[in-house]
Design a protein around this ligand. Structure first.
Ligand SMILES: [Zn+2]
Length: 87
């Protein structure tokens, strides 16, 4: 990674192993434009448990672009551990 600092490690609440980070993009055509939904989530490689970190809803229409961000309480659903960044 880049600058030194603190990174977070997300652990599965059940297995206590680091979860993998994924980002999924869905594009939907609407009558007045295009809607893009980006879901950022963590998934446990052991039990397959998924915890959504945040969702971004980006709407392109004739009026312009609007972005809605929804945070989903990752800190409630998973174990967050702060680790010093290396390199
Ligand atoms: Zn797990």
């Amino acid at each position: 990674m880049g600058a030194a600092g603190t990174e977070i490690e997300v652990l599965c609440p059940k297995c206590k192993v680091p979860m993998n980070f994924y980002s999924r993009t869905e594009r939907t055509s609407k009558s007045d434009g295009v809607e893009v939904k980006v879901t950022r989530y963590y998934k446990c490689p052991v039990c397959g448990r998924t915890i959504i970190d945040e969702e971004l809803l980006i709407r392109h229409s004739q009026d312009g672009v609007s972005i809605t961000v929804k945070h989903n309480g990752l800190r409630k659903g998973a174990i967050i551990r702060e680790v010093p960044a290396t390199g």
